[in-house]
Design a protein around this ligand. Structure first.
Ligand SMILES: O=C(O)c1ccccc1N[C@@H]1O[C@H](COP(=O)(O)O)[C@@H](O)[C@H]1O
Length: 201
């Protein structure tokens, strides 16, 4: 079954909708975004999750030291980084002991690993809700465990999984009724569609 992360959560209600709907992971956006959440509120939601799902701290255009600090302060188990990094920086972040997800736009999917545990292939602007040609990943030389993101919705996620062969999916805008405003109904619909998708790898 595909790994599913619901990102950009800011309330216990939506965290519970995600977990009760079968999400494997939930994400908290600690960076400039309509889904921004401050460290204290994110920490409180991480505590509310209480290990019912993996928790991700999501950051963009910060140093790896800052990414580590933010993840530590929230208590999130995984750190997801967007931006430009060197292999040495990723190596340093991995060495801090928390799994690292590095996001890259789909146009750079073939650049290879910098040592992170998971690669996330996204639209050029993370959190923009822009779809792209997911099928173009079908024959890409990607590591086994990679996440697909960018413009996914409850209506498109099953086809996107089949077309791309993704190991996991990540969504933010596609389960919202307005930027930053999640919908429990859409979260559940997304999880139902993603979890019932069949993929031939
Ligand atoms: O969700 C955001 O606003 C965001 C902001 C900055 C960095 C990452 C962000 N989220 C990630 O963006 C994609 C989801 O995009 P979409 O809204 O579903 O198109 C996913 O990787 C989120 O983790």
């Amino acid at each position: 079954m595909v790994f599913v992360k619901i990102c950009g959560l800011r309330s216990e209600e939506h965290v519970d909708a995600a977990i009760e709907g079968g999400a494997d992971a939930v994400g908290f956006v600690l960076t400039d975004s309509p889904r921004y959440i401050d460290v204290d509120s994110a920490r409180s939601l991480v505590e509310h999750v209480a290990q019912r799902a993996l928790t991700f701290a999501v950051v963009r255009d910060v140093s790896v030291e800052e990414a580590h600090r933010l993840a530590n302060e929230t208590g999130a188990e995984v750190v997801q980084v967007h931006g430009e990094f060197t292999p040495q920086q990723i190596e340093w972040l991995v060495a801090q002991g928390r799994p690292v997800v590095r996001a890259v736009p789909f146009s750079r999917a073939d650049e290879g690993s910098l040592g992170e545990q998971y690669l996330l292939i996204d639209a050029p602007r993370a959190g923009s809700g822009e779809p792209w040609d997911y099928a173009s990943m079908r024959d890409a030389a990607l590591p086994k465990q990679w996440l697909l993101a960018g413009g996914l919705t409850p209506d498109t996620v099953a086809d996107a999984i089949r077309a791309s062969g993704a190991w996991g999916v990540d969504v933010s805008s596609g389960v919202e009724v307005a930027p930053g405003e999640k919908s429990s109904t859409l979260i559940r619909a997304f999880l139902d569609a993603a979890k019932s998708a069949r993929v031939a790898r």
